[in-house]
Write a protein that binds this ligand. Structure first.
Ligand code: GLN
Length: 487
């Protein structure tokens, strides 16, 4: 069963080949027996999952099932779940049990999906390797000596190890696309505002966006159909009709204009990744697409720009963790000041502290103009670069990451090298555009991700392009040995 996509599992449920309860038990058993190797889950919600599965079976029997009714899904531990611990990968929230659901969780509940558990992640979604989690590093199912990418590394490892048919992730600078690339998955970061951030613990509010991590573009469409919805409780969520993302998957690619940004193929790109990307582009040409070189001249400045904007917003967002209302509180504070400082010193890990320090500095009087204002100007220029490209092409393609999955511990002592892992993904968040990574090759036994970047609200087109590619190739069907390929 675990070798199937959501689309195949939904068919099995409708045809009564198995029940949601059987399916859910199967995944829970796999998690129990296999996740010791990967550490992809922080919390497993066995009882809740089985109760939801039984309700789903009743819906299926009554004939009022939606496409995801009865399908088990894993959720990144950044989405608040009513009555279920939501840690955001941090000691600060190790004891936090939200009294409400995130909008995304409400949507999955309404659809009748089943929550398998909450997945491991970099602390407060800060990282590219899933090594900053309070719950320990996650291991990549393709090579357990390597990182799965981050910050949605637990979601990526869980789906790649076939411990869940699909998972949710969030992407502030690449955290859906990069782990999807490193684990051989399809990962979509929607347009900023497409998916509600209500109940999604904030890192950098102007960049954060939730999205699906799946084994195919077809599955990503099914997930986005549920996740994308207007929500007045998130003032940046857009009130725009949600198309049926599954309806246009098979549209033809004749005449599709692809732009290859010169800056995405330069120094620092692994030559085997470059070869795989070029081979993928040839596939699209064979399907009737045309290709031209384009330029995103501020690519190199996107990482420094992000590392002013994101930490600035993080320093403001994380000020709420003060030991007073919820979350971790230090023992025996001697006064209020001591409560604040010790709670935060003991509750946050090093990477989070680094971001808070950088952000507080960049926003402080006297430095604001030199850093934050400059970064905001640069952010506009980065957006304009993309807009100029979309005058000429329909979609931008390139590698998702400069390297395949790297070794655990390899970059932990060098934050700047770690930050450069996101060189091809970060600008997309600064511009608020949708981006997707799909598997497009292997190098040394590890997956390679092809990134597709579209104009605002072009998710349906990106999914269509991804789906057509997956009809013509089988990279997305490769399975990590550690996952066990058998049905
Ligand atoms: N790796 C980037 C960071 O550390 C992006 C993380 C993310 O997208 N959440 O901030």
């Amino acid at each position: 069963m675990h070798n199937n996509t959501i689309a195949e599992l939904a068919e099995g449920l409708t045809n009564k080949t198995f029940s949601s309860e059987e399916l859910t038990r199967h995944y829970l058993d796999r998690i129990k027996t296999l996740d010791g190797q990967f550490n992809s889950f922080i919390t497993i919600t066995g009882e809740l999952a089985l109760a939801q599965a039984r309700r789903a079976d009743a819906r299926l029997a009554n004939g009022d099932a939606a496409p995801l009714t009865g399908i088990p899904i894993a959720h990144k531990d950044i989405f608040c779940t009513d009555g279920v611990k939501t840690s955001c990968g941090s000691k600060m929230l190790d004891n936090f049990i939200p009294p409400y659901n995130a909008k995304v969780i409400e949507q999955f509940n309404q659809a009748g999906a089943v929550i398998l558990g909450k997945t491991n992640m970099d602390e407060f979604a800060m990282g590219s390797s899933n090594e900053s989690s309070f719950y320990g590093a996650v291991k990549n199912p393709w090579d357990t000596r390597c990182v799965p990418g981050g910050s949605s590394g637990g979601s990526a490892a869980a789906v790649a190890a076939l411990l869940a048919p699909a998972a949710t992730g969030t992407d502030t600078g690449g955290s859906i696309r990069q782990p999807a690339a490193l684990c051989g998955l399809t990962g979509l970061k929607p347009t900023y505002g497409r998916v509600s951030r209500y109940g999604m613990i904030a890192f950098a509010s102007s960049l954060d966006q939730g999205g699906p991590m799946t084994r195919s573009a077809e599955d990503a469409a099914l997930m986005l159909n549920v996740m994308a919805a207007f929500d007045p409780r998130d003032s940046t969520c857009i009130d725009q009709a949600v198309p049926d993302y599954s309806a246009t998957l098979n549209d033809k690619l004749d005449g599709l204009r692809i732009g290859l940004p010169r800056e995405y193929f330069g120094d620092g790109l692994d030559p085997e990744i470059e070869q795989a990307i070029q081979a993928a582009i040839k596939e699209f040409e064979a399907m009737g697409a045309t290709v031209k070189e384009v330029s995103l001249p501020h690519t190199e400045l996107s990482v420094p720009c992000y590392y002013i904007v994101a930490p600035s917003e993080a320093s403001a967002n994380l000020s709420r963790f003060d030991g007073v209302r919820y979350g971790y509180r230090c023992e025996n504070p001697k006064d209020l000041q001591d409560l604040y400082t010790r709670t935060r010193a003991e509750g946050f890990g090093d990477e989070v502290k680094r971001r808070i320090l950088v952000g507080s500095y960049a926003l402080s009087a006297g430095y604001y103009d030199a850093y934050y204002r400059k970064a905001m100007q640069l952010r506009r220029m980065i957006k304009n670069d993309f807009m100029a490209c979309f005058d000429e092409v329909d979609v931008i393609m390139g590698p998702t990451t400069p390297n395949p999955a790297f070794g655990l511990g390899e970059k932990t002592n060098d934050p700047v090298t770690m930050y450069l892992e996101d060189i091809y993904t970060i600008a997309v968040n600064l511009a608020g555009l949708p981006g997707m990574s799909i598997p497009a090759g292997m190098t040394g036994g590890k997956p390679v991700g092809l990134q597709l970047i579209g104009n605002y609200f072009s998710e349906a087109r990106l999914l269509n392009i991804g789906h057509r590619y997956q009809q013509a190739t089988d990279w997305h069907q490769q399975i990590a040995a550690a996952a066990g390929g058998e049905k």
